[in-house]
Design a binder for this molecule. Structure first.
Ligand code: RTP
Ligand code: MG
Length: 138
């Protein structure tokens, strides 16, 4: 089991000045930020990142939503990082997200759900490599 995961603060949360609030929840939960930057994706690059979802009905909407403004991609470190981070962010749909989760506090809808969180160690590695070369990580 890896001790790293990958996350992005989504455009609406950046636009609403919630980067700090979200990072505070992440750090309070015991995650260490290994790498972080601010990036504006083109719709095409969002499409590459979310290629696994390309057959799903929400794919076009997802690519537009994720390229609507800058995002904050981060690599996070903690024991059991992937599973613990999925628990911290809560359900995809904020209507189902538990109290105390990031999505309960900051998500507006299924599409504008504040943050991304990798769903496996393998995807955490692939997604981290999409944004970071390796030299930033310490
Ligand atoms: P994420 O990948 O962003 O951490 O979210 P997730 O695992 O909870 O959800 P996933 O099934 O991987 O879907 C990726 C993102 O697509 C958007 N989505 N929209 N309109 C819809 O029905 C719908 N379903 C999913 C969400 O923004 C979700 O985070
Ligand atoms: Mg996912």
């Amino acid at each position: 089991m890896s001790n790293k995961t990958f996350t992005m603060v989504k455009p609406h949360a950046v636009a609403d000045n919630n980067i700090g609030g979200i990072i505070q929840m992440i750090e309070t939960a015991g995650f260490r930020i290994v790498a972080m930057k601010k990036v504006l994706l083109t719709s095409e690059n969002a499409g590459k990142f979310y290629e696994v979802h390309k057959e799903r009905p929400f794919y076009a909407e997802l690519c537009e939503t994720m390229s609507a403004g800058p995002i904050i991609p981060m690599i996070l470190e903690k024991e059991n990082a992937v599973a613990d981070f999925r628990a911290l962010i809560g359900s995809t749909d904020p209507a189902d997200a538990a109290e105390g989760t990031i999505r309960k506090k900051y998500a507006k809808s299924k599409g504008e759900n504040a943050v991304h969180g990798s769903d496996s160690d393998e995807n955490a590695q692939i997604e981290s490599s999409f944004f970071f070369s390796g030299i930033e990580q310490f």
